[in-house]
Design a protein around this ligand. Structure first.
Ligand code: ATP
Ligand code: MN
Ligand code: MN
Length: 388
């Protein structure tokens, strides 16, 4: 990129966690394109390349203006040669041939549709694609062997690929609140994930559950799940117990970015608000006793007065709550950047449980997110600006 004295140079820090990234930004045309390439790299199991495109997109999201010329990119971090070529082509031609070709490709479209099934990862989708499968109905038609998660993923495919609204998230929140209060009075629930960052919709709803008195939260999840299940509110659930204390590889070093909290990946059966109030049944009146749907059919939309919604529940001890909150608020890239910053710039190891300082050989306490940012030598970034 040629230096140009007439263009005011706007600089940004290199790590996503050092920047403020709002939800709404000025460069959607460019970031959408780069994120298609990032997703395609993921489908090809090229994580390095995928992260490189995501970092480039993230830098553009943090800019306070719309990029109109390559000279405006001077001095910006994370914009590799490939990303710059894509940006240049879009600025000059209005679109990128590579992105267009990717969007048109059978592989990309099939991988997108198949990984859109809850419980189906890139490896399974890729195997299916190579066997000639292109869409979820092919999975059913060819009688693929499915685990319970994937069966639920197929059964509720339509609903789970319909964005969850904030109103639906709040309705789920009320149900979870009631369940938690019923089985452990004094416990609290906190909405995390994308909704905490201010997103108007999400692919799921994420909650942290804790109790101010350490230890009271132990084995809470099975009770919450039973309460919900007894009332027919769960279409699917998979509970994993807390494995933090028995971890042999050190609590701050969980495998990948998985944490070890007691958690539940679930699908809620959420009653829809009735669309025609004049036909609304009396309170406590007859509700359609329809359970589940047919495979991929889900029955006709009008006949169902409920929606399947993905919900993640996580139980955390009070002493780890701030770390869990920071770890579950996202965005995924923001989290990744926080951990990278901790390791490479601070010789620390950050997880959703704890922060370990390798220089002092000790864990650092954190009872608020602000304290954790201070330990990391970072300016506090509010959730609404963590949309990296
Ligand atoms: P969306 O609106 O699409 O749901 P999101 O930001 O809420 O977006 P999620 O996939 O729900 O995305 O994840 C929320 C946060 O929780 C992310 O920061 C992610 O890193 C973290 N997270 C998700 N799964 C796990 C896990 N198994 N262990 C630890 N952290 C996780
Ligand atoms: Mn989420
Ligand atoms: Mn989630």
């Amino acid at each position: 990129v040629e230096p140009s004295p007439t263009v005011p140079v706007f600089t940004l820090n290199a790590y996503g966690c050092q920047r403020r990234t709002p939800l709404l930004h000025h460069n959607n045309v460019l970031t959408d394109a780069l994120l298609v390439l990032a997703e395609n790299a993921e489908f090809n199991e090229d994580e390095g390349r995928s992260v490189a495109f995501k970092r480039a997109a993230s830098v553009l999201k943090a800019l306070p203006h719309t990029v109109r010329g390559m000279e405006e990119l001077q001095g910006l971090p994370c914009l590799g040669g490939h990303s710059q070529r894509v940006i240049k082509e879009i600025l000059e031609e209005g679109k990128s041939r590579e992105v267009e070709a990717t969007l048109q490709s059978q592989q990309f479209q099939a991988m997108k549709a198949l990984t859109g099934i809850f419980g189906v990862g890139v490896k399974t989708a890729d195997r299916w694609f190579r066997e000639g499968l292109r869409q979820p109905s092919d999975v059913v038609d060819t009688g693929q062997k499915l685990n319970h998660t994937q069966e639920a993923g197929i059964r509720y495919y339509e609903d789970l690929n319909t964005p969850v609204t904030r109103a639906e998230a709040d309705a789920i929140g009320q149900i979870v609140e009631e369940a938690v209060q019923a089985v452990l009075p004094g416990a609290t629930i906190t909405l995390t994930g994308g909704f905490r960052r201010g997103k108007p919709t999400g692919h799921d709803v994420d909650f942290l559950i804790t109790h101010p008195e350490e230890g009271k939260e132990e084995n809470l999840m099975p009770k919450v799940v039973s309460w919900l299940d007894d009332r027919g509110l769960l279409l699917y659930q998979k509970t994993t117990r807390n494995s933090y204390l028995e971890a042999k590889d050190g609590p701050a070093r969980p495998p990948h970015n998985m944490d070890r909290f007691e958690r539940c990946f679930s699908i809620f059966r959420l009653d829809r608000p009735h669309r025609r109030p004049e036909q609304q049944p009396q309170a406590g009146g007859e509700c359609q006793a329809q359970v589940g749907g047919t495979l991929l059919g889900q029955g006709s939309e009008e006949s169902r007065d409920w929606k399947a919604v993905r919900v993640d529940l996580v139980v955390t001890p009070a002493s780890q709550f701030a770390f869990a909150l920071l770890g579950w608020t996202g965005s995924q890239l923001f989290e990744r950047e926080l951990r990278r910053w901790a390791v490479h710039e601070k010789h620390m190891s950050l997880s959703s449980h704890a922060l370990y300082d390798s220089t002092q050989n000790r864990y650092l306490r954190g009872s608020t997110e602000e304290e954790i940012f201070t330990h990391l030598g970072l300016e506090f970034v509010p959730p609404s600006e963590r949309n990296a």
